[in-house]
Every structure is written in C-alpha cells, then in structure tokens.
Design a protein around this ligand. Structure first.
Ligand code: HEM
Ligand SMILES: [Ca+2]
Ligand SMILES: [Ca+2]
Length: 328
C-alpha cells in the first residue's frame, strides 16, 4: 500500500514537473513557466509596459526588439551577450551596428531593479520584450518560459560565424540554423519576422549594380522590377547612411503573414528572403503560409519558443546582471 502510494506520488511529481519544465537545452538547464512567480511577479507587466510605452512614441521599436533577440540568441545563446558594451564586444560587428531597442531593455531593467533587485536577467527581458513586440503589432501572444541567466562572454569575432548574411544560400542558412537546433521550417517561419521593421539602404546594395552615371540597376532578376525601382528611388546613390526601407512594403507596422504574400509576388527584400520562394524545399510552404495567417501564427509560436531557448544558461556559468550593459 505504502509502495503504491509512493509510486503514485512520484508519478504525480513527474507529471507536474513535466508540465512546467520546458525543453532541457543541451549544455544548459531548463526554463520554467512562471519562473519569477514568487521572486518578481510583476516582471511580465513591467516589460510589457516598457515595450508598449516606447513603441507608442517610436513605432520602429518592435522591429528592433525582435531583431535584438535573434542576434542575441544566435551568438552564445539567449544570454544578453549582445548587450555588453566594450571595444571588442558583439555590438562592434558591422552586422550589429544597426541593432536597436537596447534602451527599452535598459528601461525595463531599471524598473525591475527597483521592484526586485538582482532577480530578473537581461536575457529574460530581451525574450519577453521580443514576444511583446510581436503581440502589440498584431501577432500572437506566446506564453514563454523564463529562467535564463546572463552570459559573461561577448566577443566580436563570435558574430560573423554565427549570424546569417543576406547573401547566404539556402544550404548555408539551413546549416547555420541546424547548429542552433532549428529546422528548415523554423528558418522559413522565423524569417516571417521580416513582416515588420526596416533595413538600411546599405543592406540591400548587393541586389543592385551602380552604373557609370551613378544610377543603380538590378542585378538579381528574381526581384519584381517595379518593386526594385521603388527601392532604387528610396535608396539613391549617396543617400544618407541612416535612411531605411520597410522590410514589408505593404504592412511594415503589422505582424501578419504579408511577408509570405510578398515573397509570392517576388518582393522579398533580401536575397535570403527570395531564396525561400525559389528553393523547391520551401516554395510550397511559402504558399501555405501566404494563404493562411492562422497557420503562420501557430507555426510562429512553436519556432519562437525554440529560438528563445537556444543555448540558455541557467547555472553558475552565468549571472543576473545588475545593469544590462556590463557584467557584475
Ligand atoms: C534568415 C536569415 C536572415 C537574414 C539574412 C536577415 C538579415 C537582416 C538584415 C540585413 C536586416 C536589416 C538590418 C539593417 O539594415 O538595419 C534585417 C532586419 C530585421 N530582421 Fe532579419 N535576417 C534574417 C532572419 C531574421 C530572423 C530569424 C529574425 C527574427 C526572428 C529577423 C528579424 C529581423 C527584424 C525584426 C528586422 C528589422 C529590424 C529593424 O526594424 O530595426 N531576421 N534582417
Ligand atoms: Ca547571446
Ligand atoms: Ca507586415
């Protein structure tokens, strides 16, 4: 009788724990839903507030927050390594020059340090803020587990080998994503992030060639020619380096499945976007996502959970920073 009870009890414990523990990550620990339930119950509210208020005065914030998460998680895992300041840190790589949204994370962190000092990691704030950025622009609300700790390593030379370039072939993208535990589907679905946000003119130069009279012509004939002309007009020769074009020419402030409809219309902004339509492995799926926003949202939820779990640190190898720009 006692043994039966013990077995039943153990089973319940296992069942309950498996409800809360989410994806053990290789080399790291586990994340939990409601990780801050006792230690800082206001965390999600505070982050949401920081994201909402910053975005209402600057609509470019949601895109910045989402890209911040991507570039953080792909280098050293989701550990806020990207936020560390210094001469040789990740922020110094050209791919990270246009990273923004750091002030929103700092703002949330400042409030959280007052409410619950030395408790909430910058890595969790980045993940929650990106999640909220999607929700407030019309995307799905994805419950995400927390418990990430902040890394102590941020080295500029780690960025190149871990970040995708717009000129990557499908195989190069698939390979890089697979080193992060992400599938071909995850690549396709997470690229849907380009439904919001913007790109600097320098990021799309490779699609055009400058003629001797200083005009640009299209090299890559897979791009819709009217769209290409619009881009050339928005990014003429000698344009200021701060000028940007919308990633999604139709609904750049709305998180929707328009990105896939753009791909179908040969209006993928980067060669790496166009590649998803051209490649036989993803073409049909692009069509499915273009036709079904619900499918995109459900798929996004799953892939986003995987993205936010890459290489998370939960043990003594990492810390809870007091200020996101520096290690303790
Ligand atoms: C798969 C290959 C990818 C490539 C080659 C790529 C490349 C780029 C580039 C070059 C920019 C423009 C940066 C600038 O000029 O300021 C950009 C913007 C952006 N990317 Fe990606 N990206 C990729 C995937 C992703 C993923 C997986 C996410 C997130 C889940 C993402 C989110 C964003 C967002 C939100 C922006 C807009 C940033 C802003 O508005 O400031 N990208 N991407
Ligand atoms: Ca990182
Ligand atoms: Ca959109």
């Amino acid at each position: 009788m006692e043994t039966t009870r013990a077995v039943v009890f153990t089973n319940i414990i296992i069942a309950v724990s498996s409800l809360f523990i989410v994806g053990s990550v290789s080399g790291g620990g586990s994340l939990f839903f409601n990780f801050y339930g006792n230690s800082c119950p206001a965390v999600e509210f505070v982050v949401r507030n920081a994201v909402t208020s910053s975005s209402s005065s600057d609509p470019s914030i949601p895109g910045k927050l989402l890209r911040l998460l991507f570039h953080d998680c792909f280098v050293e895992g989701c550990d806020a390594s990207l936020m560390l300041r210094g001469n040789n840190t990740e922020l110094n790589d050209p791919a990270n020059r246009s990273i923004g949204g750091l002030s929103v994370i700092d703002l949330a962190k400042r409030d959280l340090e007052m409410l619950c000092p030395e408790t909430v990691s910058c890595a969790d704030i980045i993940a929650l803020a990106a999640r909220d950025a999607v929700t407030i622009t019309g995307g799905p609300m994805i419950p995400i587990p927390t418990g990430r700790r902040d890394g102590v390593v941020s080295v500029v030379s780690n960025v190149r080998p871990n970040i995708v370039d717009t000129s990557f072939t499908m195989d190069q993208m698939i390979n890089l994503f697979s080193t992060k535990g992400l599938s071909l589907i995850d690549l396709l679905v997470l690229s849907g992030a380009h439904t919001i946000g913007a790109a600097h003119c320098s990021s799309i130069r490779s699609r055009f060639q400058e003629t001797s009279n200083g005009k640009f012509t299209l090299i890559d004939k897979t791009l819709d020619s009217n769209y290409a002309n619009d881009l050339i007009q928005q990014c003429p020769t000698g344009v200021s380096p701060s000028v940007t074009v919308n990633n999604d020419p139709e609904t750049s402030l709305v998180f929707d499945n328009q990105y896939y409809r753009n791909l179908m219309n040969n209006k993928g902004l980067f060669p790496s976007d166009s590649a998803l339509l051209i490649d036989g492995r993803t073409r049909k799926l692009v069509e499915d996502l273009a036709n079904d926003q619900q499918l995109f949202f459900e798929s996004w939820g799953q892939s986003f959970l995987k993205l936010t779990s890459i290489g998370v640190k939960t043990g003594d190898e990492a810390q809870i920073r007091r200020f996101c720009g520096a290690t303790n």
